[in-house]
Design a protein around this ligand. Structure first.
Ligand code: EPU
Length: 421
């Protein structure tokens, strides 16, 4: 597996183009299962997770191809509505095929994703929702088998215990072809949900309220293929914002939607960083060390859990201390021991991380087991004195398109060192 070698100390300066959003693309690609014909998805990032989704669609008999940011799908009835273990284990988001498959075929089998590095991550809310719409659920041999005895789902009122993102996406995608009306209460409000609803509505669905906590879906008889360009990745953008702040740089992020970045912008401003909306993008500039600033993760529009690790790196070299609280996932502080090995001063107690700002970090060999934690180590390497090696950047490749090229163009000294395995 490849590693990154980073020579710390450079200040990031310049302009960076933000790619299409991974977490918007994944459910949208699955929506192609809902309508036969030729779909065209533009501004799709070339990432491992997107390629895995392509593999999954092809396994089911669809043509799916990603070239130059355009993901083309020729959709046709699937041979078997099954997401096998070998693909689900590579990418939990494979579970996003469940809603479209059950809506369209009245049955689906998906390997259970199991736990992952950041927590247990059950899918009980997805399944409870489908059950309320008339599906029967059976767990057998590590697979969840969903079957709709009547053949077609029936609209229902679904009240989620927590605003799960992929759960809301799965249930919304399931409800579009159900008989009658479905209401999702306590729905997730992330921009990716709004984007999926926009695409489904372009395909002929009738969805209202996406982006609020109550989504109402009037089922329709059939959907049409779609041509759509995906929104920019707010977490990639946030990661570059954190990198600019941590290196006391001055970076313009091109092609982002500022409204999606409000919570991150507010936190960085509170920490003394300049964040300005400018034309088609956002400028982030820091002339001095950030100030210690507390942050608590929360569902959108709160501070995103996917930005917690990167923000923590900004806090490691801030003046003063801060407390960062992770409320979404129970095990999302794996970057902490690695950051401490680089000279940070962070102590964790349950869901709280207390960060005492230090003058500088020192380069080291580090490694993380999830995407955002790995990204935070790259930022730490940019700040640190000397050389940092971030091992197994496999995780970063799942979610960041050409990150080393984009950082180099901003003045970072980072190179990919090809691995042997
Ligand atoms: N949860 C349940 N039961 C469920 C569903 C969720 O208990 O049926 C719990 C989870 O265990 C977690 C919380 O609810 O504690 C929220 O999880 P959610 O379902 O919202 O997360 P997700 O849909 O699995 C998506 C993103 C994640 C992001 C989270 C939170 C995609 C493909 N993934 O995951 O992105 O962290 O929402 O915003 O959209 C990443 O990109 O690195 C990433 C992990």
């Amino acid at each position: 597996m490849d590693n990154f070698r980073i020579q710390g100390g450079a200040t990031l300066k310049g302009r960076v183009r933000i790619s299409g959003a991974k977490n918007a693309a994944l459910p949208i690609l699955c929506a192609a299962l809902l309508a036969d014909g030729d779909h065209v998805f533009r501004n799709v990032p070339n990432l491992m997770d997107v390629r895995t989704m392509g593999k999954l669609l092809r396994t089911m008999g669809l043509d799916a191809e990603l070239a130059d940011g355009t993901f083309s799908v020729r959709s046709r009835p699937v041979n078997e509505p099954v997401a096998p273990y070998d693909l689900v284990k590579q990418m939990r988001a494979s579970v996003l095929v469940l809603g479209p498959l059950v809506a369209r075929y009245g049955r689906a089998s998906v390997s259970l994703p199991g736990g992952c590095a950041i927590g247990a991550r059950p899918i009980d809310q997805h399944l409870k929702g489908l059950e309320a719409m008339g599906a029967q659920i059976r767990l057998q041999h590590g697979y969840v088998h969903v079957d709709v005895p009547k053949g077609r789902l029936q609209g229902a009122e679904l009240v989620l215990d927590m605003p799960t993102v992929t759960g809301t996406e799965n249930l919304m995608s399931a409800a579009v072809l159900a008989r009658g009306r479905t209401t999702i209460v306590n729905a997730a409000r992330e921009p990716e949900i709004e984007e999926l609803a926009l695409v489904l509505n372009k395909m002929g669905a009738q969805i209202e309220g996406a982006g609020t906590d109550v989504i109402v879906i009037q089922g329709v008889e059939g959907l049409d293929p779609v041509d759509h360009a995906i929104i920019a990745d707010r977490i990639e953008a946030g990661t570059f914002m954190a990198a600019a702040a941590a290196t006391q740089g001055d970076v313009f992020l091109d092609g982002v939607t500022f409204d999606h970045l409000e919570a991150v912008a507010a936190k960085l401003r509170q920490a003394g960083v300049v964040v300005e909306r400018e034309g088609s993008g956002v400028r982030v500039a820091a002339e001095q060390r950030a100030r210690g600033t507390d942050a608590t993760t929360a569902p959108h529009p709160g501070f995103p859990t996917d930005m917690q690790a990167q923000f923590m790196v900004v806090m490691t070299t801030a003046s003063g201390s801060s407390t960062i609280v992770e409320t979404i996932f129970e095990n999302r502080f794996m970057h902490v021991p690695e950051l401490n090995r680089m000279g940070a001063d962070i102590s964790v107690s349950g869901r709280n991380a207390h960060v005492r700002g230090v003058a500088t970090l020192q380069g080291a060999q580090v490694m993380a087991t999830d995407l955002r934690a790995s990204a935070s180590l790259v930022i730490a390497g940019l700040v640190a004195e000397g050389t940092t090696e971030v091992l197994r950047v496999y995780h970063i490749d799942r979610g960041y398109e050409r990150i080393e090229e984009k950082l180099s163009a901003l003045g970072a000294r980072i190179e990919r060192v090809p691995g042997h395995a």
